[in-house]
Structures are given as C-alpha cells and as structure tokens.
Design a protein around this ligand. Sequence first.
Ligand code: B12
Ligand code: SF4
Length: 498
Amino acid sequence: MKTSILFIALPKKLPPFSLLALASYINQRTEHTAGILDLNGRKDAEEAIAERLKLDPPGLVGFSCFTCDYPEVMRLSKLVEKSSGCRVVVGNVHASLYPEDFIFSGSPVDFVVRGEGELTLAELLDKLAAGRSPAGLAGAAAHGPGGTMLLGEKRPLIADLGVLPRIDYGMVAMEPYLAPANRGVPGFPARTGTVYTSRGCPSNCEFCAANTVWKCNTGPSVRFRPIEDVMLEVGALKAKYGIQCVAFGDDSFLIKKSRVLAFCEAIRKLDIFWSVQGRVEHITSEVVSAMRGAGCVMIGFGVESGSDAILKRINKGITTAQIRNAFAVCRAQGCARMAYIMCNHPGETEKDVELTVRLLREIRPDGINQAVLTPYPGTAIYAKYVGKKPENFWLFSNIGPELAGYFKLCEHDLPLNRVLDSYWLAVYARRLPVSLTAVFREPRYLSRVLLSRYALPVMSVIAADTAVWLRYLAVASIPWPIRNFLRACKHRIEAVFK
Ligand code: B12
Ligand code: SF4
C-alpha cells in the first residue's frame, strides 16, 4: 500500500534543505510519494495551501519547525485541519526538543518526528498506508488515550549517509535561491548553490543548537556523505542551474584532514568556486593550500569574541592565538576569511568588547557576520539562563540589538548596536566592501562570473553592497550621542505619521 506526503515549506532565505532531503528519500527509496509546496515569495499562503490540498489531497501534510516558526506552523496546521482534514506531522529542532508543544488535546498536529527524519517518516508512512497505528514508533510522538502523548524510543542515526539519495532540487523553484542577490557566499557575488556534505558537529559551543536534532537519536552525531555522492550533486547543480559557486553548508567542514584533502582532489575536477565554514584549530598551510588549488574562495570561521575568557566561558574550545594563526595562514595563501562574531556573551564586559575590536583589527577579515547572542532552545546557554518560555517564541527569530531588553546576558551597559558598530568599523573602516574586491582576490572571477551571462545581477549586488558600505560608514562615523538623538527624532516622526 502506498500513501503520499505534501511538505509545506515556510518562506526562508535558503531552500528547504530538510524537506528536500526527506522528499528525495521518500520518492527515491520508498514506494510512497512526496511533494513540496514552497511558500517562498508567495503572498497568498493560505489560498495556495487550500488550493493544493483540494487539487491533490495527500495522505499526510508535513512541516519543519525551528523555534521561531512555532506560531506559524501551528496556525497553518489548523488551516490544514480545517480545510482538508489531512493529518499533520511536524519535525526539526522545535518538534525534536518539545514534542509536547505539538501533541496535546485539541492540537491540529497528529505526529511529531524527533531527530533525523528519513527512516522514521518512511515507517510512519508505511503504517498509515497499512491503516496501522503509529503509536510507539521509534523516533516519533503521537496522541495517546485521554490527551496523553505516546513517545517512541530514540532511533539510531543513519550511520552510512551513502544510503541517502541525491537531493532532487527540482522539487522547488530554485531560481531565487541561486541568484547572486541571495549572497550565497558573503562577499563573493555569483550564482551560488548550497550543498551539505556531512551531518553533525563534534564541538559543543554553549550558544549553538546545531546538534540538537541529532541528539534526539542514538549514535555518534558526526557522519560524512561519500565524496562521490557530493560531487554528483554539485555536478548536477552546475549542469542544470549553471551555478558558478557552491557554499558547503556543513557545520564544521574541516574536521577530518584526510577527507578534506580527498575532497579537494575530487572537486578540483569540477572546476567551480566554493566556500566552507570551519574551526580555526583545523587550519594548516597544507590544508589551505590544497583548498585554494581546488577552487576554495572563502572560509568562514566562528570567531565569536576576542576575549579568551569569553571563548572559554562559552565552551568554544579555541583561543585567540589559534584565531590569529588561522587568519594569518589563510591570508598568506590568498584565501578570503569571514569572521562570525557576536556580542551579548554571558558576563561580557566592556573590556571584552575592546579585546574583540582589537582582535578584529589585527586579523583583518574580509568580512564579518555579526549577531547578538540569542539563547536558542536546544543550547546550554538557554538551559542555564532562560528556561522554557513558550510565550516568547517570537523572540527566537532574528530581532537583533533590541533583544537585550529580553535576554541580556552581558555585564556591560553599552547599547548593543553601538557594540556592533564598533565591530563593523574595526573591519570595514579601513577596507573596501569585500564584494568589490573579489575580482582582485580571485583573478578568474572576472572571466568566470563578472563577464558571464549573470553579469548584470552580479554587478547590482556589488553596487548595492558598496552603497550600504558608504551609508554605514557615514552613519557609523557620526558621534554616538548625535546618532542616538537623530534616531529618537526619526522614531518620533514615524510615530506621528503612523
Ligand atoms: C540551513 C539553516 C538555516 C537556513 C534555513 C533554510 C531552510 N529553508 O530551512 C536559514 C539560513 C534561512 C536559517 C535561518 C535561521 N536559522 Co537556521 N540553521 C540552518 C542550519 C545551519 C542547517 C539546517 C539544515 O538544513 N540542516 C540539514 C537538514 C537535512 O537537517 P535538518 O534540518 O535537521 O532536518 C532533519 C531533521 O530535523 C528532520 N526534519 C526536519 N524537518 C522535518 C519535517 C518533517 C515533517 C519531518 C518528518 C522531519 C523533519 O529530518 C531532516 C532529515 O533528517 C541549522 C544548524 C544545523 N546544523 O542544524 C541552523 C538552525 C536550525 N538555525 C537556527 C536559527 C536560530 C535560525 C535563525 C533564527 C537565525 C537568525 N537569527 O536569523 C534564522 C531563522 C529565520 C526565520 N525567521 O526563519 C537554529 C535553531 C535553534 C532553534 N531552537 O530554533 C539552528 C539550530 C542553528 C543554531 N543557531 O544553533 N537557518
Ligand atoms: S558553533 Fe560551530 S563549531 Fe560550535 S557547535 Fe555549533 S556548529 Fe559546531
């Protein structure tokens, strides 16, 4: 017996990787069928859902749920229940952590899949197709008698990721996700695809929820896809969509040196630009030289703070000396470096902020990605400082400096946007915006990307980045009290016109 599942993807900046992986598995490895309704760019979400459910009613509807998605997933699940009576399953971080938020008396959600989804979902579909109850299914949660929740035991992780099929990206409209304007690799405007080559991270940084999903299973979290599978996927993206660059989205790409070197050997043949994210302690001249020779244009590093005390407190497992070394090695090899940096660390003082500014000036990244540390559910910091606050789920979206009003973890009273400004200025005040200099860093960029048929969108990204850089530079150079005063005036004027 067969059944079908329709995944509904909430609009996000990148393709719905989880749902693409699940749907590819269901379609290629089971007798059931799966489709994806991607709400990206659609203003008529409700109509689109109702129409699709009416046109081709599936056996099950699936949602993926980060914590910030919770209110929207519940709202749309109600809509599904009302308009079609279809049963609903939810997975991903929030469902894995808190199945009880979905399985309660009167909830529109019927099942939760905790942890890795492929095997559990396939079995759930088998059971539903055969008319058997999924209660007690390993890796799942379902309604029990009298409003109770029946939780299956933990399911082992898929040890060999080679059993997973190649991702069928054709299930969603990929165009907007690949466009240079989407900035797949920051500072390297090109037509870019994103691909994962592994699952899990061996580190346990206290602010990060990267392993939350995998910890809901049993077995070692870190697993690698066979390199040949990854190459086939990249090759297919290049042939079908004409991508010029791949951003490998792995949490920590550089973990295993022998694999990185083998990977470089393989990807060199595809002749494509690429970028990764990794940890500073894995950087050596040998590794970076192999990566550069194979087309790597940028490495993103979690720097987080310039204070060794803070790095220790957040269990980052690195030192500022290792950061300095990694950035120096990459620079010597001509590889662009992106620094991921945060403020609002637990117990952060003005001195720590100062040390971070100093480190940024010293290591000279090509770009920074700044954030205000947010204690997401699933992290040690959340468990330590926040606890469970369902009414505040909206806060776990990207709300930036205002967050301090809710989750202030730092000790200092500096306005957080002022701290972020100081980080920004430490990097960009003395250099041109990084997308403008890509061509100097990467000579082949001119012929391959700038003079390609995507030249116009690429140049508009460079122009837009330059305009933002000039504006920010001008604004950030105004003394802080004057800026604060101007900002207050702007808010007043806006309030009057509302
Ligand atoms: C890619 C990614 C994104 C993409 C999302 C792309 C998309 N369309 O989903 C982008 C860049 C847009 C993004 C944005 C954000 N993200 Co994000 N993101 C990730 C990242 C790095 C990888 C997720 C991924 O795709 N993995 C690969 C797939 C295959 O694995 P998976 O998603 O876990 O899916 C498996 C299972 O979860 C399960 N499953 C998942 N969904 C479903 C659904 C069903 C029906 C079933 C049965 C099973 C199932 O099966 C899948 C296959 O086994 C994770 C970190 C990580 N390593 O997990 C953070 C992560 C999920 N993000 C996080 C956060 C916080 C955010 C932001 C809020 C950050 C910010 N401040 O801006 C925003 C959200 C903005 C918004 N309003 O939506 C947190 C979530 C913490 C939490 N408690 O919610 C994580 C864990 C990172 C972290 N900070 O620790 N993110
Ligand atoms: S921050 Fe990076 S290195 Fe640390 S646990 Fe998360 S993914 Fe791994």
